[in-house]
Design a protein around this ligand. Structure first.
Ligand code: GDD
Ligand code: MN
Length: 354
């Protein structure tokens, strides 16, 4: 069995984890693959020190990239074992469950075994989560069950084991961003996989802090929306669209604030530039978080974004004018123009800015 452990700033946790795995897995042939995204705290150095003396340990250091899901996928693709487990580095997942999970897969009655925080917990508190995360996690799970149409208590668990073929077969379809890699593996199979859940108690994190932040939540929600659209819209397109809506809000707020200072047209211009700027910055921070621009590139990207959006506006006006001339239904012409402009902006900026 290969145990893939994605890591980002987890240096103090590796040694305790390795000891715990060693204690839990006697009699099983296993290896652990740490996949570290060049952590500032030097986690990969610790992992390679451990690997130097223990042949069961290896470490893949990825540079210039970030993402839990991508790290998990690449670790699994480095494995040649029949079974691949995924576990947090921070001791939140109970490694003593691994032999039971392996036994289920070996028995051949399942393709995926999921360690669930909620199978027996019921309304009880999950020890390792704060109050806000409790509700967030339950909501994320509920939404996930709806969108996936699966009957699992914890489809976004970060602790699971699969037959390796499932990842090998779906590798090209899996998204490297976000935290929902299990969800993604399940929904990318040609046939619905047979899943079994086993209960465990989620523990508090040993050292360091969680990397699950608002950006991760935003990604998850846009992925669900993408599934609901039956993959017509990509998660990024959904996010870009939502950011566009915030831009409308910014536009109207600035317009209202600046109108009294001068004429309407000046205010409209200022509002449009403000909305474009905030769209750019939010898209850079959230939609394209994995390719985020900084420093000089942030500025050149901004200039390109403005140029492309100006062209999008021209397309918007042209289409709206044409529709209005042909059909004469003002709201349909307006929406049609806006839709063409939005698609233009999304496609061209995704190609030429990010
Ligand atoms: N390589 C890499 N790159 N590893 C990462 C990254 C990244 O960008 N982000 C997080 N990790 C690693 C962490 O170091 C940790 O080992 C594991 O992935 C999970 O991240 P945590 O920051 O510990 O997440 P959590 O405990 O708050 O979230 C829990 O719930 C999620 C949703 O159910 C975990 O169980 C997650 O695995 C789970 O997806
Ligand atoms: Mn964790």
């Amino acid at each position: 069995m290969s145990i893939v452990v994605p890591t980002f700033d987890e240096a103090p946790n590796l040694d305790p984890l390795l000891r715990a795995l060693d204690a839990a897995l006697s009699g099983i042939r296993w290896q652990v693959i740490f996949v570290d995204d060049d952590s500032p705290d030097g986690t990969w150095k610790i992992a390679k020190q451990l690997a130097a003396t223990d042949p069961r340990v290896s470490c893949l250091r990825r540079v210039g990239r970030r993402g839990l899901a991508g790290a998990v996928i690449e670790g699994a693709l480095a494995s040649a074992a029949p079974f691949v487990a995924v576990i947090d580095a921070d001791m939140q997942h109970d490694e003593r469950l691994l032999p039971d999970m392996l036994a289920v897969l070996r028995g051949g009655s399942a393709d995926i075994v999921i360690a669930s925080r909620y199978l027996e917990a019921g309304p009880r508190i999950v020890a390792g989560l704060g109050a806000r995360r409790q509700w967030g996690s339950r909501l994320a799970n509920w939404l996930g069950r709806r969108a996936l149409a699966v009957d699992l208590t914890d489809p976004v668990s970060g602790f699971f084991m699969v037959r390796r073929e499932l990842i090998d077969g779906a590798a090209a379809k899996l998204s490297p961003t976000g935290f929902k890699v299990l969800f993604d593996i399940i929904s990318s199979q040609p046939e619905p996989p047979r899943c079994v859940e086993l209960p465990y108690e989620f523990r508090p994190r040993l050292a360091g802090r969680s990397k699950l932040d608002h950006g991760v939540v935003a990604h998850y929600l846009s992925m669900l929306a993408s599934k609901l659209s039956r993959d017509v819209l990509s998660p990024r397109a959904v996010m870009f669209g939502l950011v566009g809506l915030t831009g409308v809000g910014v536009h109207l707020a600035i317009l209202k604030a600046t109108m009294p200072l001068g004429g309407f047209v000046d205010a409209q211009f200022i509002a449009a530039v403000a909305a474009m700027t905030s769209n750019y910055l939010i898209n850079n921070a959230v939609t394209y978080r994995d390719r985020r621009k900084r420093g000089w590139a942030l500025l050149t990207g901004y200039l390109r974004f403005c140029l492309l959006c100006a062209a999008g506006l021209a397309a918007n006006l042209a289409v709206a004018a044409l529709l209005q001339e042909r059909l004469g239904i003002w709201w349909l012409s307006g929406l049609g123009g806006a839709a063409v402009g939005a698609v233009w902006n999304y496609v061209t900026t995704s190609l030429a800015v990010w």
